[in-house]
Design a protein around this ligand. Structure first.
Ligand SMILES: Cc1cc2nc3c(=O)[nH]c(=O)nc-3n(C[C@H](O)[C@H](O)[C@H](O)COP(=O)(O)OP(=O)(O)OC[C@H]3O[C@@H](n4cnc5c(N)ncnc54)[C@H](O)[C@@H]3O)c2cc1C
Length: 336
């Protein structure tokens, strides 16, 4: 520990908090501590399908900032993908087929059309891959970040590089102000309580896990939120549901039946795949993702939360922005 270095606390050990801590340990000489009341399996991040695919409800304060977060994230994930660590980090690439029975526009993703290396309208042959009489489609290359691998891989690297990791529930910013010069708030849905931010709203999700090692691409359709995403371990994720403002973390068998039936219709060979589990998670949605500084008395805070259904996709871009705000705060004595 360097006693002259600034003391930085990161609250939260989901994909956002661990990515912030990773960038901090790589780019600064600070003494970094990660505090969280939930790690690994206990985070929403561990429930995520983990596909890089920003949706239209993902928004930063301006269009330009939103786009920068997405672009920076893509390049961050690509760097890991191209490294010898990709497998350990749970990152791999594949094609994503987005179908619609209604319109071509419904299949487009303008946020990444000019970013990913391969993006095009589907051919007739590609349209015929899926069931359910799909008429329109877009296909693009993307990546998956499997948090079952990425979270422990990052945690291990952090510990190896001297970052302290502690299990602790932070009840208030007041309670940590003497210990740190700067704190990053990466608490996801927890921010609703920690900063009394009523703009953070849960969007309940449920997924099924099935054994499908033969699945090498992902599929979406315009049935209410139907998706099929391959896994690095041969276990695919089938989804999903989006229950706005629901705090219900319990498994719902009717949701499960509907998810499986919609996915079987979209990709009939899945009917033979063994169902090995179900997961439920509350996406931490905020109309505008909050990446901004706040001075609370003597404590400097940088918020980074509210990523909704796109936190795995966009963790790096938002984390890089948050860290740059934090470094500016440490350099200057702000009165905001
Ligand atoms: C079914 C489902 C599928 C999804 N699929 C995708 C996908 O394919 N692609 C994608 O990009 N995103 C997806 N998401 C969204 C993604 O999971 C979230 O956006 C992301 O996990 C949010 O990360 P986070 O680190 O902000 O929050 P979390 O993972 O919830 O982490 C929050 C952390 O803060 C800690 N914490 C909270 N309050 C406190 C406190 N007071 N004191 C101490 N610690 C605290 C928690 O213990 C935890 O460690 C999906 C989500 C669900 C539910």
């Amino acid at each position: 520990m360097n006693i002259d270095a600034p003391r930085i606390g990161v609250i939260g050990a989901g994909v956002v908090g661990l990515t912030v801590a990773d960038i901090l340990q790589k780019t600064s000489k600070a003494n970094v501590t990660v505090m969280a009341d939930g790690f690994g399996e206990d985070t929403v991040s561990a429930v995520a399908a983990g596909i890089f695919r920003p949706g239209t409800t993902f928004r930063g304060p301006t269009k330009e900032i939103t786009k920068k977060w997405i672009n920076d994230s893509w390049h961050y994930w690509q760097d890991i993908l191209k490294s010898s660590e990709a497998n350990h980090a749970g990152i791999f690439s594949f094609n994503c087929y987005v179908y619609s029975t209604q319109s071509y526009q419904a299949t487009r993703n303008r946020l990444i059309e000019d970013l990913v290396p391969y993006y095009k309208e589907m051919t007739e042959d590609e349209l015929r891959i899926a069931g359910g009489e799909q008429k329109y489609g877009s296909c693009f290359s993307t990546v998956k970040i499997g948090c079952d691998n990425y979270l422990p891989w990052t945690e291990k690297r952090l510990k190896r590089n001297g970052v302290r990791i502690v299990r602790e529930k932070v009840e208030s910013f007041e309670s940590v102000k003497k210990k740190y010069d700067l704190v990053f708030n990466c608490t996801g849905l927890g921010a609703r309580y920690l900063c009394d931010d009523e703009n953070v709203v849960p969007i309940r999700g449920q997924i099924a896990k099935v054994k499908a090692p033969w699945l090498k691409a992902s599929f979406y359709s315009d049935y209410a939120d139907t998706y099929i995403i391959p896994g690095i371990d041969g276990v695919a994720t089938l989804g999903g549901v989006r229950n706005y403002d629901s705090y219900n973390k319990k498994f719902n068998k009717h949701d499960a039946a509907a998810i499986l039936e919609r996915c079987y219709t979209l990709l009939p060979p899945l009917r033979k795949a063994l169902v090995v589990g179900h997961r439920v998670g509350l996406r931490p949605h905020r109309d505008i993702v909050r990446v901004e500084p706040e001075i609370l008395g003597d404590l400097k805070v940088v918020h980074c939360y509210g990523h909704g259904g796109y936190g795995v996709t966009t963790a790096p871009g938002t984390a890089l922005h948050a860290v740059s705000i934090g470094m500016d705060l440490l350099r200057t004595k702000h009165k905001l």
